[in-house]
Design a protein around this ligand. Structure first.
Ligand code: FAD
Ligand code: SF4
Ligand code: SF4
Length: 396
């Protein structure tokens, strides 16, 4: 794909120069010139008043027969034999895509002794489960998992693959996509079916979250994407559902794994496991100084919850980025979300609006967060949070 300027038509208005987010257009002799910095984002095309900029698509012949690829797959990520929630969230969404496409929904389960997870995958919507087990999958290894998922795709040819945008999913997805020569839309926040083409429409934030881009994969298969945890809800399991388990032998050889696990050091305790947490206590700029986050941690600890933060608190250096909730942080969906000294900016709300119950503490009664909150406490966090800690301690 390339972006070109038709010099005959260019009237030299310069509108495209400021429209280019990469500064890749210069004016030369009153004509726009696209330089090497162009990323082919296409942002300049519609700004030209005379249609002089063309987004030229080179049609590449694709060797695969797309009709051979059928079915929607969901990769069920597991850790120490426990499935991560995101796999079940994606099964719920994958079920809708599969039904709309009139195709089967399958789960892919790779691990050591993970057979027990197949029942729940079926109960949560899968028609089939592809199961690959072996000691080599005891801990996630990029090589072993990449080889296995690539082999499954080449053998069974799914049309669509959904994976969690977790640390492991972000490692595995692009590698597998590259090996099977397809594209991958990373970090999606919405999924749908494109009416015109029937392809999966993958939506994700772009340009630092300032626009939402919807991406199609028209020429290659499978259509692949990673999806943020907590964007979709899990369906209630129905253990009367029937499904087929297809056991596939591992083809991984010892020499295929180029890394060796020496030790596991857990730097992240339950307090930063935001994506799986049922209760999250988040603090924002209204906590006023970093030391005051001790109160957030105490309240989270009393409730057995995780600690979240707004971007303002992260940018101020009060909290590490892995605690950030929001459009450019984590997307969370706990049963209870405490927003302490957080104004409720749209970018923060984008990451926590699927929480079941929101409790906001803010000294400004007009703060945006109260529009979303189920319960609101107008007051100073330094007075309200200690009182809550005391009361919750008594109840416990
Ligand atoms: P503020 O907006 O400053 O709010 C502080 C609140 O604390 C106020 O409502 C105030 O009334 C209250 N307060 C002050 N003192 C007290 C007190 N003593 N007791 C009680 N209440 C008090 N933000 C995110 O959080 N996550 C993101 O992922 C994110 N991504 C972004 C992406 C982009 C592209 C952009 C442009 C912005 C993004 N932001 C994000 C930033 C966002 O726009 C807000 O600036 C940010 O969320 C504000 O954080 P805050 O609510 O902590 O601070
Ligand atoms: Fe700039 Fe994007 Fe146009 Fe290239 S396609 S010149 S990067 S706006
Ligand atoms: Fe030329 Fe169009 Fe750019 Fe104006 S916006 S300088 S007409 S290419």
């Amino acid at each position: 794909m390339a972006v070109e300027v038709n010099k005959e038509e260019c009237i030299g208005c310069s509108a495209c120069v400021s429209a280019c987010p990469f500064g890749a257009i210069i004016m030369d002799d009153s004509k726009a010139v696209i330089t090497d910095g162009c990323t082919v984002c296409g942002a300049c095309v519609d700004t030209c008043p005379v249609g002089a900029i063309i987004h030229a698509v080179e049609k590449k012949e694709c060797a695969i027969n797309k009709d051979d690829y059928k079915g929607v797959w969901v990769y069920i990520e597991q850790f120490e034999g426990q499935a991560r929630n995101v796999g079940y969230e994606l099964l719920n969404e994958g079920r809708k895509l599969a039904d709309a496409m009139k195709q089967e929904l399958s789960a892919v389960l790779i691990g050591d002794n993970v057979n027990h997870l197949t029942k729940e995958a079926i109960a949560r919507g899968a028609d089939k489960v592809y199961l690959v087990e072996g000691a080599e999958f005891n801990h996630f290894s990029t090589d072993a998992y990449t080889i296995t998922l690539t082999d499954l795709i080449n053998t069974y040819k799914p049309s669509v693959i959904l994976m969690g945008a977790t640390i492991d999913g972000r490692d595995l997805g692009p590698r597998v996509a590259c090996r099977v020569t397809t594209g991958l839309t990373a970090d999606c926040t919405n999924l749908g079916i494109d009416e015109e083409t029937g392809l999966v429409a993958w939506t994700r934030p772009a340009f630092g979250g300032n626009i939402m881009a919807t991406i199609l994969c028209p020429d290659h298969r499978p259509q692949m994407g990673t999806i943020r945890p907590n964007v979709f809800k899990r369906a209630e399991p129905d253990f009367t559902r029937k499904g087929e388990v297809i056991q596939v032998a591992s083809k991984v050889k010892v020499e295929d794994i180029r890394t060796k696990l020496i030790d596991i050091i857990k730097v992240c305790t339950a307090s930063c496991n935001l994506e799986e947490a049922n209760i999250i206590v988040s603090g924002g700029r209204g906590m006023c100084k970093p030391e005051n986050f001790a109160l957030i941690e105490q309240l989270a600890s009393v409730l057995g919850g995780a600690v979240g933060s707004s971007r303002a608190a992260v940018d101020a250096g009060w909290m590490p980025a892995l605690h950030q909730v929001g459009q450019t942080g984590k997307t969370v969906g706990p049963q209870v979300y405490f927003a302490c000294g957080i104004s409720g900016a749209i970018q923060h709300v984008a990451g926590m609006s699927s929480s079941d119950i929101v409790i906001a503490i803010n000294k400004d009664p007009e703060a945006n967060i109260f529009k979303l909150a189920n319960y609101g406490i107008v007051g100073d966090v330094m007075e309200v949070i200690p009182a809550l800690i005391e009361e919750f301690k008594k109840i416990k």
